[in-house]
Design a protein around this ligand. Structure first.
Ligand SMILES: [Zn+2]
Length: 453
């Protein structure tokens, strides 16, 4: 068994072996892959899948298309039409009557290896490996909730890279991951966990750096071990204990060095920033996305537009933090900070909309339960964004912000076969996205009609 598993390191590798016609290998290898790959086994049975549904939202044109026929070949969409005659004879057919077909959703800000059930000092009771195990469970929940791609903005021990390797190898189910690995911050900043400990306790802090040289080194080191995006703290945070949430945490010169170094290596930069000065300096330094952006002012809107940056406001998170309170161990200081953020965010969100700032869908899942990522959609609509534009933040906008608009974010020829389906129409009721009935990732059905039993 072990030998065959090693040979079939990926589903594609296994398919190649199966095609050699070795029946003995077929009999053994398929059960082994079925056991280890779980939800991903369906793809070994068919290279071409045709998906039909009652309707489809074309997020690019904004149009609703009746009776769509989407052909997915070898994991990518090969055609989109409304003609049933275009269905290849040898294809597997997945019909979704009464459902609306949409692109797989993208969450631009998650923490797969975190849980709101274990906060503050309670984290000290767990081994570092525990959080990778937590990530395996959360990756599955996230995928089944319809999020086929996530940007993991901060984790320890390179466990988001391990998760990505496990998912891509077919060992565990989960979304496509763009990992940031460690968050970068200044001494005493949002990512410095020693800020909650007395000085006689020490913990490894690879992302905690000061000054241009250390910052350059951190960017290079994180990239070396698997980071594909760089995340840093431009201001204080809500869940950390001692840093003021609105204070800037790097100088403008330090931020410029960080962004320059990340861009040199072809990586985008996400800044965690609640306070006005930190937001504006990060935008002046050239960041690509601003996370939370709670106290953005008119100058911030102007800078974001001028620099083609995106706001990623995570409006569900702080409300959840206040509702949960300190019962799972969160620091009492976090409640005061969450209140300050919540009081500002709706006004700032509406201001950004009116100013025409581009927005993406990021939730900070991990601060609230992973898998509940879609709960943010109704808040954005309530705060004045149209349902179509809200849907775009989690599809085409997110794909563009990742620089992956040719692969992700739309049901279009050449894109990955990443699709979901829901009952009802999200353009009239966005909350239907909280109940996804069908999920396909890379041409493999992982939930709903056509999924492995
Ligand atoms: Zn976060």
């Amino acid at each position: 068994m072990i030998v065959y598993l090693n040979i079939c390191a990926s589903t594609h590798a296994c398919e190649r072996l199966l095609k050699t016609g070795e029946q003995a290998l077929r009999r053994v290898a398929v059960p082994v892959i079925a056991f280890f790959a779980g939800l991903q086994v369906a793809a070994a049975k068919a290279d071409t899948v045709v998906v039909t549904a009652a309707s489809m939202i074309d997020v690019v044109s904004g149009k609703e298309i009746k009776n769509p026929v989407v052909v997915v070949k070898d994991g990518r969409i090969s055609s989109v039409s409304t003609q049933k005659t275009s269905m290849p004879a040898d294809a597997r057919h997945v019909d979704l009557p009464g459902m609306t077909l949409l692109p797989g959703l993208i969450d631009m800000h998650v923490h797969l290896t975190s849980s709101p059930e274990i906060g503050g000092y309670r984290k000290l009771g767990y081994t570092s490996n525990f959080w990778t195990v937590m990530g395996v469970a959360n990756a599955r929940k996230t995928l089944l909730a319809g999020f086929t791609t996530v940007r993991n903005l901060g984790s320890a021990n390179y466990d988001d890279v391990a998760l990505k390797q496990g998912i891509e190898g077919g060992y565990v189910p989960g979304p496509r991951i763009i990992p940031a690995t460690y968050m970068i911050c200044a001494t005493g900043g949002h990512c410095d966990v020693e800020g909650s400990l007395p000085p006689n306790y020490s913990v490894p802090r690879p992302g905690v750096v000061d000054g241009p040289d250390e910052i350059r080194h951190a960017v290079r080191m994180l990239r070396k071990y698997g980071a594909e995006v760089i995340k840093f703290s431009g201001t204080g945070g809500v869940m950390s204990k001692t840093d003021p949430v609105d204070r800037e945490q790097f100088s403008l010169d330090e931020m410029k060095v960080l962004v320059e170094e990340a861009h040199r290596w072809g990586m985008k930069v996400a800044v965690h920033a609640h306070g006005t000065l930190g937001i504006n300096d990060a935008l002046r330094a050239g960041v690509d996305t601003v996370e939370h952006a709670s106290l953005t002012d008119a100058e911030g809107y102007r800078l974001a537009k001028a620099n083609h940056a995106w706001l990623d406001m995570t409006p569900y998170t702080s409300t959840y933090v206040l509702e949960l309170g300190t019962k799972n161990g969160a620091f009492p200081e976090s409640m005061q900070k969450a209140r300050m953020v919540v009081d500002a965010q709706e006004r700032v969100f509406r201001g950004a909309l009116a100013a025409g700032v581009r927005m993406i869908y990021g939730t900070d899942a991990g601060v609230f339960p992973n898998g509940d990522n879609a709960r943010q959609f109704p808040i954005m609509v309530k705060w004045g964004m149209s349902p179509l534009e809200t849907l775009r933040t989690a599809t085409v906008n997110a794909a563009e912000a990742l620089g992956k608009e040719k692969d992700l974010g739309a049901i279009s020829e050449g894109h990955y076969g990443d699709m979901i389906a829901v009952k009802g129409n999200p353009l009239s009721d966005i909350s239907v996205l909280e109940h996804v009935d069908f999920v396909m990732k890379g041409g493999q059905v992982v939930k709903g009609a056509g999924a492995p039993q």
